[in-house]
Design a protein around this ligand. Structure first.
Ligand SMILES: Nc1nc2c(c(=O)[nH]1)N[C@H]1C(S)=C(S)[C@@H](COP(=O)(O)O)O[C@H]1N2
Ligand SMILES: [Mo]
Length: 219
């Protein structure tokens, strides 16, 4: 249970971000091409790794981690830590772009490609979206073509160490081609859907897709 102060902090943070969305804050009105500009419009490069969440960072011992994949799939599964660790791991390197304007280059991750998860559950033809749910109650949505990209992965490690709790450890999703709010920390469920289901920030004025090079921050 969040304390009163924590609740007030959280409400204020949410209201501030909602009002930014209404005002179109940070919009430059420009678009660019990732093949030409590594830094998307309106972004600023940082070298630290900022932490953004709703003020609650669930404490999940690995033995309590479960990932459910269900909805419109041929084979629904609920993977425990051992099952997740048994999946083939790969090294990934990418840039992060947060809608609050910071970008961070060359993040080195250790993770399981989303393609391995898709092979396991085999989404039905009607599955056109996913809804992603996290242990802090956070949700976000992706279209299948954005979710199924080969560069997306479940992250377990960052910079050669286990992923820290504040960045979503023991496990988060990483979707590098979209703003970082599409990468849920402390992921616990992936539901395959025929219709889009906007998530936490999407119902509060954020864009449903969130492409940084098209500056899809809000709307
Ligand atoms: N579970 C969960 N995932 C989340 C969030 C959150 O509040 N809860 N915030 C999102 C937002 S808005 C951003 S910018 C990134 C921040 O990730 P970081 O703290 O590792 O930088 O996580 C995203 N994933
Ligand atoms: Mo964010």
């Amino acid at each position: 249970m969040p304390g009163d102060d924590e609740g007030r902090f959280r409400d204020k943070l949410i209201r501030t971000k909602e009002s930014w969305a209404r005002a179109g804050r940070l919009l430059t009105g420009q678009t660019s091409d990732p093949a030409q500009d590594r830094l998307p419009p309106g972004q600023r490069l940082v070298t630290d790794f900022p932490v953004l969440d709703l003020g609650v960072q669930p404490n999940l011992p690995p033995e309590d981690v479960r990932l459910g994949l269900d909805g419109l799939v041929a084979v629904p599964v609920r993977l425990d830590w051992a099952a997740l660790q048994a999946l083939p791991r790969e090294a990934f390197r990418n840039d992060i772009h947060c809608v609050t304007q910071w970008s961070r280059y060359d993040n080195d991750w250790d993770g399981v490609p989303v393609s391995s998860l898709l092979e396991m559950v085999r989404p039905k033809d009607e599955a056109r979206f996913v809804s992603l749910e996290a242990h802090d109650g956070y949700t976000t949505n992706l279209a299948m073509e954005d979710f199924a990209r080969p560069e997306n992965f479940l992250a377990f490690g960052w910079a050669g160490r286990p992923l820290e709790r504040q960045h979503g450890g023991p496990m988060r999703l990483v979707v590098p081609h979209l703003y970082f709010w599409k990468s849920p920390k402390w992921l616990r469920r992936i539901e395959f859907l025929s219709e889009d289901r906007p998530g936490f920030w999407e119902v509060r004025g954020y864009h449903h897709r969130g492409d940084p090079w098209l500056e899809e921050r809000y709307g």
